[in-house]
Design a protein around this ligand. Sequence first.
Ligand code: NAP
Length: 515
Amino acid sequence: MVQPYKHEPFTDFTVEENRKAYLQGLKTVEGYLGQDYDLVIGGERISTEDKIISINPSNKEEVIGRVSKANKELAEKAMQAAVEAFKTWRKVKPETRADVLFKAAAILRRRKHEFSALLTKEAGKPWKEADADTAEAIDFLEYYGRQMLRIKDGVPVNSRPNEFNRYDYIPLGVGVIISPWNFPLAIMAGTTVAAIVSGNTVVLKPASATPVVAAKFVEVMEEAGLPKGVLNFVPGSGSEVGDYLVDHKDTRFISFTGSRDVGLRIYERASKLNDGQIWLKRVIAEMGGKDTIIVDKEADLELAAQSIVASAFGFSGQKCSACSRAVVFEDVYDQVLNRVVELTNQLTVGNPEDQNTFMGPVIDQNAFNKIMEYIEIGKQEGKLKTGGEGDSSKGFFIKPTVFADLDPKARIMQEEIFGPVVGFAKAKDFDHAIEIANNTEYGLTGAVISNNREHIEKAREDFHVGNLYFNRGCTGAIVGYQPFGGFNMSGTDSKAGGPDYLLLHMQAKTTSEMF
Ligand code: NAP
């Protein structure tokens, strides 16, 4: 019997014991700052001269770790280790594979606050955001383990007298996992273990901004009993190692989460047949978003303002699901806008290690520069209502920024900024609001704040996003509760944390025997 799944609860940091546990986690992490981390290929630890230096985005001086950097030769070695390990791993019982995930979840749960503190240090996540990232990683382990147990015997198909038919799912082969820095634990772990529990072996290339948390997770999987060669760890440059692995003839599938442009590049390269390749590569791609909250005139306007602020500025707006557009009925536009500005001005921005900080830094200098450029564009396109300033002298801090009175086609309203910037536009009526919400090339998340049942039903049909929420913000999908993935340029709609996800890493085999 498959044990029921329940998501990992978020930690209540008003409880003194939990507060202390998190601070203890920070101490643990401070005890290992600046250490070296190796590649892991076929279970062998390999150190290279060339290192990725991971720094704290709140304090550029602080080195989180020095991580060995793979080149093409080492990527090749990792690929061969994965090819070799696939021969045996694919035959390991699904129950045994799932148990590795359940044990890893137990280890992560025991070290929960240490991992969260590491996310605070390496990715700049405030306590609550870091805690949610760690909880989601635990959820993926628990959920995908159970999903594997559910599909391990395939699904029933019809048989006839003297004929017995079966329909089973078998693994694909070697998967290349390429993960982003914004959920450096949850997405990196989730995409990796989904592939592994389905019987594949993987080569994991984590984001270069957050390789230490990935290295620590690889250690957890080893401790949980994963055989050598099943998970090969090759941090390195996206353009060098990433391209090499994507192009490789032995790559059977690529599971990518990241930006639209890199996703498109991978999709295109993966479609090309290379010498010796005997399959069509599969690509799972979860890409960017330009997510909208619609506010109806018949709505709880305080809920609307709170939802916009939380969704726009949580983790400095660096979520693919972040609200970067508010489309508000003209009758209530001023009221909602003024309240959002008021709430935004109350947000605390600073060092995420401080429990009272709502918003920490953005990830690095490039992100800082790009967001500040968009803020300049916003000043031309709309009215700056609050924020608009940044300071990258110590860390990469940008004030939460609100622009008003934007044309829905303005760049600020069309392009993914991936920072703490939200734009407001007016809608004449509900049809107009939906038209604006749908007018980007993305289709990831959206929300509607409304008490009008007809409008809610209309949005259910016409608001074209993978994850649509009513009377709440547009971030914070929970594994197993709100499977996650988007339409159009937001990706292949893989629905991570959903009932179909593992099947993307498998192929169905029909067998028919005559008696
Ligand atoms: P990114 O720049 O696209 O990087 C993602 C990963 O791709 C990194 O590991 C990166 O390596 C690697 N990469 C870069 N160039 C590559 C290449 N030529 N071939 C193969 N891999 C390559 O994205 P990011 O800045 O880390 O993450 C933010 C983006 O992710 C946003 O657009 C956000 O919306 C999206 N996102 C989407 C979802 C979703 O579920 N839809 C979830 C989270 C984030 P390096 O780090 O070494 O460059």
